[in-house]
Design a protein around this ligand. Structure first.
Ligand code: CAA
Length: 387
C-alpha cells in the first residue's frame, strides 16, 4: 500500500520586510543578506498571528476538499508553542470542526517536530488505511532586533494530509536518523526569542546531512544520481545551498545541474518567507513541486534537521498528475498580498508581538476575510476568531 502526501496547505502572515531595507538599516552590504545569507524577504507576524492561527489557516486552505470524518490523527509540530500544557492541535481541531474521535497532540524537537509528525502519520495510516492524518508545522522564527540571526527570521505554517493512495507524493519506506545532545540553538522558557550559535549550527547541519544522506544511500542501495531532487530544511537558503554543494561534488554534469536547478526551485519560497522552523522543509517541498521540473515517479530526497540536534533523511516519489493537486497561482497570491513594512514599522510590530496582550483586551486583525487570528485572552484562555 502506498502512503504519502495528498494535500499541502500553506499560510504566511500578511506583512514582510525587504532584506535590502534591513541591510541599509543595519549598516550591512545588501549582498551579504541577498547572496551571503541567501534571503530576499521575510514574513512578519503581528500580535494577532501565532502558531495556532497560522496552523488553522494553512489547514483550512484544503479542508473543503477532504472528508473530515476520515481524519483519525492530528499532529502539531512547533517550537513556538502557545501553552506549556495544552496542545496547539486542540485549538485547531476545534476551529476546523474535526471529529471528537481524533487522536491529537503536539510534538517538539526544534525544527524536526513536523517530520516526527509525518513519520508518526505514515505509520498510523499503515495500520489504519481507512483513516487519514493531518500534520501541521507552524512557527515564528524570532532572534531579535539587530541580532546576527535577525536576517534569518520568518513566520508561517505548512499543513499536510497524509493518507493511503496519495495524489502528490508517496513516501518510501525506510529512513536514516542521527541525533546528538548539543547546544547549537535553543529557546529558554522565559524567552520569546531564540539563542543560537549560528556558525556551529551550520557545521552540525552539514555534518548531519552528510551522515544521514550517506547512510540512506547505503540502506536503499541508491546513488546520488538516482535522485531527481534533494530538498532541505532551510533556516536560510545559503545553509541548504552548502549542503547541496556537498551532495553534488564529484557527480556527473547531468546530475549536478539537475540537483542544482531543483535546489533553486525548492528554495524559491523559503527565500521570501524566511525560516519557518518545523515547516521549512515542507515549504521547500511545495516550492519544488510548484516551481521545479519533475517527471512522474521522480525520486525526491528530503533532509530534515532540528537543532539540539536531530537529523533525518527520507524520500518520496511524485505521483502521476501531482500538479493537479497544487495551485501555484494561489501561493503567489498569498505571497503578493503581503504589505511591505518600513524598518521602524517592523521593529514596532515585532516588539509588540513578543508578549501577549493584557487579559480581556480584544485584538483586531487586519487580515482578509476568512482567515483565523488570535484575538487575545479571556480569563487567560486564548481566543481564536475568523475574520
Ligand atoms: N556579499 C556577498 N556575501 C557576503 C558579503 C557580501 N558583501 N558579506 C558577507 N558575505 C557572506 C560571508 O562570506 C558568509 O558566507 P559563507 O557562509 O559562505 O562563508 C555569509 O555572507 C554570512 O556572513 P557572516 O558569517 O559574516 O554573517 P554573520 O556573522 O552575520 O552570521 C549567520 C550569519 C551565522 C547565518 C547568522 O545570521 C545566524 O546565526 N543565523 C541563525 C542561524 C540559524 O538559524 N541556525 C539554526 C539552524 S537550524 C534551525 O532552523 C533551528 C532549529 O532547529 C530550530
Amino acid at each position: 500500500m502506498q502512503i504519502g502526501i495528498d494535500q499541502i496547505g500553506f499560510y504566511t502572515p500578511n506583512k514582510y520586510v525587504d532584506m535590502v531595507d534591513l541591510a541599509h538599516a543595519r549598516n550591512e552590504d545588501p549582498n551579504k543578506y541577498l547572496i551571503g545569507i541567501g534571503q530576499s524577504q521575510m514574513s512578519v507576524a503581528d500580535q494577532t498571528q501565532d502558531a495556532v492561527s497560522m496552523g488553522i489557516n494553512a489547514t483550512q486552505s484544503y479542508l473543503s476538499q477532504i472528508d473530515r470524518e476520515q481524519v483519525g490523527l492530528l499532529v502539531f509540530g512547533t517550537e513556538s508553542g502557545v501553552d506549556q500544557s495544552k496542545s496547539a492541535s486542540l485549538f485547531v481541531k476545534s476551529a476546523l470542526n474535526l471529529p471528537p474521535e481524533v487522536r491529537t497532540f503536539e510534538v517538539k524537537e526544534a525544527c524536526f517536530g513536523m517530520t516526527a509528525g509525518v513519520m508518526i502519520a505514515r505509520d498510523y495510516v499503515r495500520l489504519h488505511p481507512h483513516h487519514s492524518a493531518i500534520v501541521i508545522g507552524s512557527d515564528l522564527a524570532r532572534y531579535g532586533i539587530a541580532t546576527a540571526g535577525e536576517v534569518t527570521q520568518g513566520a508561517g505554517s505548512v499543513s499536510l494530509l497524509i493518507k493511503a493512495q496519495p495524489r502528490i507524493l508517496t513516501l518510501n519506506d525506510g529512513h536514516s536518523a542521527f541525533s546528538q545532545d548539543i547546544n547549537d540553538f535553543w529557546r529558554p522558557n522565559n524567552s520569546a526569542t531564540a539563542l543560537v550559535d549560528g556558525k556551529y549550527s551550520t557545521q552540525v547541519y552539514l555534518d548531519f546531512f552528510q551522515r544521514t544522506f550517506t547512510d540512506y544511500q547505503k540502506l536503499k542501495n541508491w546513488q546520488t544520481s538516482d535522485f531527481a531532487a534533494l530538498i532541505y530544511h532551510l533556516p536560510f537558503t545559503k545553509m541548504g545551498l552548502k549542503a547541496n554543494r556537498l551532495a553534488i561534488a564529484n557527480q556527473d554534469e547531468a546530475t549536478s545541474s539537475r540537483l542544482a536547478a531543483n535546489f533553486t526551485a525548492g528554495a524559491q519560497y523559503g527565500r521570501v518567507v524566511g525560516n519557518i522552523y518545523t515547516a521549512s522543509l515542507y515549504l521547500s517541498l511545495l516550492s519544488l513541486l510548484e516551481n521545479g521540473s519533475l517527471t512522474d515517479n521522480a525520486l525526491v530526497g528530503l533532509f530534515s534537521y532540528g537543532s539540539g540536534a536531530m537529523g533525518e533523511f527520507f524520500s518520496g516519489r511524485t505521483v502521476t498528475d501531482y500538479q493537479k493537486m497544487l495551485n501555484p497561482m494561489a501561493t503567489q497570491k498569498l505571497l503578493n498580498r503581503r504589505q511591505k513594512l518600513t524598518i521602524p514599522e517592523y521593529e514596532q510590530i515585532f516588539t509588540t508581538a513578543l508578549s501577549d496582550p493584557v487579559d480581556d483586551l480584544i485584538l483586531v486583525s487586519d487580515e482578509a476575510k476568512g482567515y483565523w487570528y488570535f484575538s487575545g485572552t479571556k480569563n487567560h484562555i486564548r481566543q481564536y476568531r475568523q475574520k
